[in-house]
Design a protein around this ligand. Structure first.
Ligand SMILES: Nc1ncnc2c1ncn2[C@@H]1O[C@H](COP(=O)(O)OP(=O)(O)OP(=O)(O)O)[C@@H](O)[C@H]1O
Ligand SMILES: [Mg+2]
Length: 274
């Protein structure tokens, strides 16, 4: 283990998300297969933690357990100190694809969780909902696109709409599984900045983010956890020294950033089976 104790991302009392020695096996034809082995880490309120690792190491499985879609075989997954037993409106999920409904406008897509979320956030009047949707459309730069349908929007615009839909639900925990992976480099950078800006300005969201992209991880995170595969284990915890709050232009020019990025890329490359 290098870079410190994986639990140092937050103590048991201060953590909003916590995994304690979590293992997960899946039944296969050849018997049980251990996918995750004793994974422990914690994320404090307001922090962004990112998990990186080779394909199949169990990143999505971790998110799914925090979301309550699946459960550990051993160990505990806690959110706000309570064991996760099922999905709930306190945890929002963003997938790799924007998954917008194609037959309704961007406005209605973003309003959707509030209208049909069953217990998501507080009740809003028509005017309050309109104001909230426009606030989040504004914050992702889609104010003028409110009446477009998804097929009239670029992939980047669709991702921004999906981010607005995630944010409007007011979940304090945001679980994001490679949400920007399908975007071109420039749009991706603007989405990273957008996420960072919203998390920073609202100050009340805790983000667990998955990516294959080391630079993305270092640019948006307070903590990065590197996993090995078969079974998935956390082998390195990096407390990101430049802070997720800084402007990326200042960060990418720093020699420490380049060095850490290349170190992690080398480490990741050595983990990928050839
Ligand atoms: N429901 C399931 N049933 C059986 N095996 C599963 C199931 N879900 C995941 N696995 C296995 O668990 C391991 C981890 O899968 P997971 O999807 O979490 O990996 P990942 O790190 O997200 O990979 P990728 O980077 O490709 O998205 C894989 O070997 C996968 O085949
Ligand atoms: Mg995955």
């Amino acid at each position: 283990m290098s870079g410190g104790d994986p639990l140092s991302g937050g103590g048991p009392l201060s953590a909003q998300i916590e995994l304690r020695e979590v293992s997960k096996s899946f039944d296969t034809r050849g018997g049980g297969r251990l996918a995750l082995d004793s994974v422990s880490f914690a994320v404090k309120p307001g922090e962004t933690a990112t998990v990186i690792g080779p394909t199949g190491c169990g990143k999505t499985t971790i998110l799914n357990m925090v979301a309550g879609f699946t459960h550990p075989t051993a160990g505990r997954v806690l959110v706000d100190g309570r064991e996760v037993t099922e999905p709930g409106p306190d945890r929002g999920f963003m997938f790799q694809r924007p998954t917008l409904l194609p037959w309704i406008t961007v406005f209605d897509n973003v309003a959707f969780p509030c209208r049909y979320g069953h217990g998501l956030g507080r009740e809003r009047s028509h005017a309050e909902l309109e104001e909230a949707v426009m606030h989040y459309l504004d914050s992702v730069g889609l104010r003028d696109a409110r009446d477009l349908h998804p097929h009239q929007m670029s992939g980047g615009m669709q991702s921004r709409a999906a981010l607005a839909r995630l944010l409007i639900a007011e979940s304090s925990v945001l679980l994001m599984d490679e949400p920007f992976a399908a975007l071109d480099a420039q749009t991706r950078l603007s989405m990273q900045q957008l996420l960072k800006h919203v998390v920073k300005s609202e100050g009340r969201r805790t983000v667990l983010f998955i990516t294959h992209d080391v630079e993305e991880a270092l640019l948006i995170s307070d903590h990065v956890y590197l996993m090995s595969a078969s079974p998935g284990r956390i082998i390195r915890h990096v407390e990101v020294p430049f802070g997720s709050r800084e402007d990326y232009r200042d960060v990418v020019l720093r020699p420490e950033f380049t060095q850490l990025k290349h170190e992690l890329i080398d480490q990741l490359e050595r983990l990928v089976p050839r």
